[in-house]
Design a protein around this ligand. Sequence first.
Ligand code: TXA
Ligand code: MG
Length: 321
Amino acid sequence: METIVGTDCEQARLLLEKGEVVAIPTETVYGLAANGLNESAVLKIFEAKGRPLNNPLILHFISKEAIQPFIIDFPPVLDKLATHFWPGPLTLLLEKSNLVPELITSGLDRVGVRVPSQTLVQELLQSLSFPLAAPSANLYGMISPTQATHVNNQLKGKIPYILDGGPCEDGIESTIIGLENEQVIVYRLGGISLEQISIVIGYIPQLKNHIENQPLTSGMVKHHYAPNTPFAYLESDFVFEEDKKDGFILLKDNRPEIPITQKYILSKTGDFKEAAQKLYAAMHHMDQKCFTRLYIEKFEEIGLGISMNDRLNRATKKFEE
Ligand code: TXA
Ligand code: MG
């Protein structure tokens, strides 16, 4: 199959209406989208990604109002979060109605829903009569894409169209939230931090993304988001050795001894928002440079630093055993 990369929403709409899979830009990461109400179209997503069927998908809507027929109830505190953060990088787990296919939720009672803010995907959703089911547009277990070329590198030949909306503005997946015993629980940290949520709800929500032996979401699987090159944290006492041909991803340029060709600086000023936006792009870029090993600095555990460390813990874990 030929894969076309373009900016034509109309072409994307026609393919989606025919039950095809199309990669879409969002403000977080690129998604691999299909008609969320058409099971055979949704199956193509799992097939293209190589994703296990027991891993549920998020439904993307044009507005909060458009979600109503697909859920039983919108608890007030989640409604408040939605009003505050949508359109944007927040996914809510809400009790599903019968209109949501079982394949979307892998048989679970709750469906993940989100209203993205990226302008091209909003234009696309506006033109469709159904929500878009979309996981991140990477092969299962690999680094998530934040540019159309990242999608093309992994899925070329497997999907007909990639809607190119330029680099993703946030660069890290949505934060996933639900309720348990009336308490807000965060199942995956992402573009919205614990601090930001606590300002809206009045307390720091519990983070439950490390439940032992119970991967409720793929972000909970221990090995994930991983490059092919062996990947490890840069210890603070690390001494650079010229002959080793290692690559380094650094928050700021605080290692003048490392040559420019061997390092990727995420933000000259050390800004976490800029770092999150570039993190996956840095990993994709450095993974293609044939380094012996890749090293990355762990972020300070505040705000988006916690979300980024979560992804890096899983990406580095793959190479620890
Ligand atoms: O930012 C994002 O959320 C991106 C963009 C494309 O929207 N999507 C994304 O999808 O990251 P995915 O499938 O790569 O990650 C979504 C996570 C998965 O780990 C999945 O298991 C979990 O959300 N999830 C989806 N629906 C769920 C549900 N009903 N209950 C529990 N977890 C769910
Ligand atoms: Mg993913």
